[in-house]
Structure formats: structure tokens, C-alpha cells
Design a binder for this molecule. Structure first.
Ligand code: ATP
Ligand code: MG
Length: 335
């Protein structure tokens, strides 16, 4: 156990470009782990994207390249990380089918993240079966690779729990094939949206994207919530629940100055414009270089697709090995 190899897997749904939530919740850790882990997988989860975008194949297809560009621009390094497309690995679908027998409908309905997303999407009883079952498919995403460390945002924690339950049941029925997996949280497990909503999310339209031009970043910061009671510069303001300060805490490298600004804001005499200007500056410094690298990569989409093709071929090999083991354990290795 002590010398166990670290195999990392994480993923992104091709439903839109990458935003700051992805950056702090998942990408930052993936990049760090590139120097520590024995093996890394990064999945573009197009199959999962279809669970709530079945009627929009164009959107899913176009965003495969978009998220690949963003991820590479952030520093995902194809020489260290196997970047692949989920739908090209049929073994994941196969594994999902077998895992579905290890999970009850009641358990699926209890998953708090799925529950919240179903409400948000207003599915009610008309939830697509594939959507309700996507945590099972996620268990297959993780386990085909025998990954054991999963850097993801807080919303993904219930998926990790459900994966471990599937591991237990599978091993009990068929013998020891899989091992428990661990969730790795980023410094910011859940970044709030620019509107103050609990989560920055593509579906909620409250995102600052890693490809946003400077003017757009400035505009989005200008529109952020501060303290509604802070009307005049001289008024004392609230720091708690103030989205601008939440972001400064996360993104401003100068913690001492932020602490001073907070004190000044609470006392009165510091305007919203000043703190917003500072935040816009900090975010432009962070996003600018990523956006530039992205623009360069975007000039050669074929090169990017070649990276995905090579990664997908490598992931497929791993998947086939795992499936051989699974088939043997399940006694369905007939020929
Ligand atoms: P969608 O609304 O289409 O589901 P999303 O914005 O939730 O999009 P995903 O592709 O579902 O993005 O998430 C990819 C990864 O990024 C997951 O690990 C997720 O936990 C993480 N993540 C997404 N949003 C945030 C956030 N606001 N804070 C921290 N992590 C996040
Ligand atoms: Mg999501």
C-alpha cells in the first residue's frame, strides 16, 4: 500500500469553455500532480455531456476542441498526461453496463449533486435515465484506468463515494479487481459564481472564462456583487459574503494587502470601484498568459486533435487490459 503507484484521473465535460472554477477546483491540482504522479489521465467527457445535451451534438463536438485548447493552455502536458475522448473508449460504456447492476435506483436518486442538478435543470420525473446514472458512468471512467487519486471540485465528492461503493460491491461479487479511490480537493473546492451563486458553472451563466478578453473580465468584475448596504465610499462595508473579497482572497497573491483592504473597507472610506479595479487587474494577470497560449494553440487545431488521438489510443490500451480482467472475474471470458 505504501508504495502504491499514484494514478490520477480527472475530466471535463465539453459543454463550454473552461472557467475560473475549473482552474481552482481541478486544473491547478492536475498541473501540480504532473510532477508527482506515476500516471495521469485527463478525460474529455463527451458521453457525459450528452446526458443533458442529447439534442445538441454540434455543441458537444465543438467544445471538445475548445476544452482541449483551454486545458493545454493551462499547462496540461501531453508528454505527462494522457488526454483522451471518452466516447472513443467503448470499454467505459461496457463497464458502465455491468456497474449499473451494482447500484439501486434509490441510491442514484439520493446522490446530492445529481439531485441539485436535476432541480436546477427542472427535470422532475422526466430526467433522462442517462443523466440519473451518470455517476455510475463516472465510476467506470475512473476504474477503467485503475486511477486512485481524483482531483475534482467539491460537487464531485458524492461521485467518489458512489465509486467506492461500486468497488466494494464489485469486489464482493467477483473478487478483488478494483481499489478504493481518493478525492483530492483544490485550495478552493467550490468557487462561487460572479453572481454570488454557490457555484461558478457553465449551466448557470455566472462564469469568468479562461479565454475572456480583458474588457470582458473588466465588465464581469464591474457587475459583481459587493455589499448592497455599502452605498457611499465613506460607509463601512461588509467583507463577509462580498464576492469581490472572496475572489481577492483566492486570486490575489498579496495576502497582506488584501487584509489591509478588508480592514479599510470595514471601517469605511474604501470604494467598490477601487476593490473591483484591483480584482480585475489580478484576474487579467492570471488569464492573460493562458489566453495567449490558447490563441497560439488554436492556430493549429490538427495538432491538438493529434494529441487527443494519441492520448485516446493509449487510454484504450489500458481500458482493454482492465476489461480482460473484469471479464475473467465476472466469468464472461467465453472464447
Ligand atoms: P456544467 O454546468 O456543464 O456541468 P461545470 O461548470 O459544472 O459545467 P464540469 O465540466 O461539470 O463543469 O466540471 C469539471 C470539473 O471542474 C469538475 O471536477 C468540477 O468539480 C470542477 N468544477 C466545476 N465548477 C467548479 C467550481 N465552481 N469550483 C470548483 N470546481 C469546479
Ligand atoms: Mg458540472
Amino acid at each position: 500500500m505504501e508504495n502504491k503507484k499514484i494514478v490520477v484521473l480527472t475530466g471535463i465535460r465539453p459543454t463550454g469553455r473552461l472557467h475560473l472554477g475549473h482552474y481552482v477546483g481541478m486544473i491547478e491540482n492536475l498541473i501540480k500532480l504532473q510532477n508527482e504522479a506515476d500516471k495521469l489521465f485527463y478525460m474529455i467527457a463527451d458521453v457525459q455531456a450528452f446526458t443533458d445535451n442529447a439534442d445538441n451534438p454540434e455543441k458537444v463536438r465543438n467544445n471538445v476542441l475548445e476544452v482541449a485548447l483551454d486545458s493545454l493552455a493551462c499547462g496540461a502536458d501531453p508528454s505527462k498526461t494522457t488526454i483522451f475522448i471518452q466516447s472513443e473508449i467503448p470499454e467505459i460504456a461496457e463497464l458502465t453496463i455491468f456497474f449499473l447492476n451494482l447500484v439501486t435506483l434509490a441510491r442514484l436518486k439520493r446522490n446530492p449533486t445529481v439531485k441539485a442538478e436535476m432541480q436546477q435543470k427542472d427535470f422532475g420525473e422526466d430526467v433522462p435515465a442517462g443523466f440519473l446514472c451518470y455517476p455510475v458512468s463516472q465510476a467506470a471512467d475512473i476504474l477503467f484506468a485503475k486511477a486512485n487519486l481524483i482531483p475534482v471540485g467539491e460537487d464531485q465528492k458524492p461521485m467518489i463515494e458512489q465509486t467506492n461503493e461500486i468497488v466494494d460491491t464489485f469486489n464482493r461479487f467477483y473478487g478483488e479487481v478494483f481499489h478504493h479511490v481518493k478525492h483530492l480537493a483544490g485550495d478552493t473546492p467550490r468557487l462561487v459564481g460572479t453572481d454570488g451563486n454557490a457555484k461558478m458553472s457553465k449551466s448557470l451563466g455566472n462564469c469568468i472564462y479562461l479565454s475572456d478578453p480583458d474588457e470582458v473580465i473588466e465588465q464581469k468584475v464591474r457587475d459583481m456583487y459587493t455589499d448592497p448596504g455599502h452605498i457611499h465610499v465613506a460607509d463601512p462595508g461588509k467583507v463577509e459574503g462580498n464576492v469581490v473579497f472572496m475572489y481577492l482572497d483566492i486570486f490575489d497573491p498579496n495576502k497582506e494587502e488584501v487584509a489591509d483592504l478588508k480592514a479599510q473597507y470595514e471601517k469605511g472610506g474604501l470604494g467598490d470601484v477601487a476593490i473591483k479595479d484591483r480584482l480585475a487587474h489580478v484576474l487579467k494577470e492570471l488569464i492573460g498568459p493562458i489566453r495567449e497560449r490558447r490563441e497560439n494553440l488554436a492556430k493549429d487545431p490538427k495538432m491538438v486533435m493529434d494529441i487527443l488521438k494519441a492520448g485516446t489510443e493509449a487510454a484504450r490500451k489500458t481500458a482493454m487490459e482492465t476489461m480482460r480482467e473484469v471479464r475473467e472475474a465476472m466469468k464472461i471470458n467465453y472464447f
